[in-house]
Design a binder for this molecule. Structure first.
Ligand code: NAP
Length: 257
């Protein structure tokens, strides 16, 4: 490689980002587009996707397709891939980011709560990745990045179902990496520390919780969607070609303490 910046270039690549309309997914979409990738963004709220896509296209100049869809409906997944291929003719990068959470004590969680969180955080992530991977196997290459969490490894009170799902993502990342390596597909995960988004807003508004979270972070600040986007960009780019099966904590040092 003659120019070291080229190893971070995504020029000519096509990425799908689930949940790209806001929060961390939007930060990831911007990072990938900023490095030259065309984008497909999937989430339920069409107006949010449209606004995000317009902003990204204006700021970075790439092409952005939006697909409004409820990702708990797994039967739609082949159509999402078909639409991506018919618009762009290829699929290089997949970011498995869409998710939601329910805060309740372990003793109060219902079967419905468990199903709601597991459906999007684990089942949808599993089968969307499988659908994407089938296409990448045909193409002979690809990069898949899953969204894990600190709770993939440690317990945080009142989000036991979320933690169980993210523990599953940790394990799934390694299984996928092992089985897809012969097809030249890299599979890694990013585990963000606390980033203020719609999902974490309640925790950030609770002063005691806010102070506790901040006190645990050696770098003494919360993460941003840009922090996560930058690490996803590394994992999506040729710079990480020899890296697979890893879960990278982007947490200001939380897990080191
Ligand atoms: P967020 O702002 O609430 O964004 C979640 C995204 O997922 C939205 O775009 C949402 O769009 C989409 N989504 C949710 N349910 C969906 C469904 N059924 N079908 C399609 N799209 C759906 O949350 P975030 O904090 O950015 O979270 C993004 C990822 O990072 C999640 O996997 C989360 O677990 C993980 N994470 C976040 C943090 C943090 O501190 N924020 C920490 C660790 C890990 P619609 O509602 O329009 O569908």
């Amino acid at each position: 490689m003659s120019n070291y910046l080229d190893v971070f270039s995504l020029k000519g690549k096509v990425s799908i980002v689930t949940g790209g309309g806001r929060g961390i997914g939007l930060g990831i979409a911007k990072a990938l587009a900023g490095a030259g990738s065309d984008l497909v963004m999937v989430a339920r709220t069409e107006s949010q996707l449209r606004e995000a896509a317009d902003d990204i296209a204006k700021e970075y100049g790439g092409q952005v397709e939006i697909i409004p869809a409820d990702l708990t409906q797994v039967q739609q997944f082949p159509d999402i891939i078909k639409r991506t291929l018919s618009r762009f003719g290829r699929l290089d990068i997949f970011v498995n980011n869409a998710g939601s959470n329910i805060r309740k004590s372990f003793l109060e969680v219902t079967v419905e709560d468990c199903q709601t969180v597991m459906e999007i955080q684990l089942k949808s992530a599993y089968f969307m990745a499988q659908t994407v991977a089938k296409e990448m196997v045909l193409a002979g290459s690809g990069k898949i990045i899953n969204l894990a969490s600190l709770t993939s490894k440690i317990a945080v009170p009142n989000i036991s179902v979320y933690g169980a799902a993210k523990g599953g993502i940790f394990s799934l990342t390694k299984s996928m990496a092992l089985e897809l390596a012969p097809h030249n597909i890299n599979v890694n995960a990013v585990a963000p520390g606390y980033v203020r988004t719609a999902m974490t807003e309640a925790a950030f508004k609770d002063k005691d919780r806010y102070d506790w979270m901040l006190s645990r972070i050696p770098l003494a600040r919360f993460g941003t969607a840009e922090d996560i986007g930058n690490t996803v960009l590394f994992l999506a780019s040729p710079a990480s070609d020899y890296l697979t099966g890893e879960v990278i904590y982007v947490d200001g040092g939380w897990m080191a303490a």
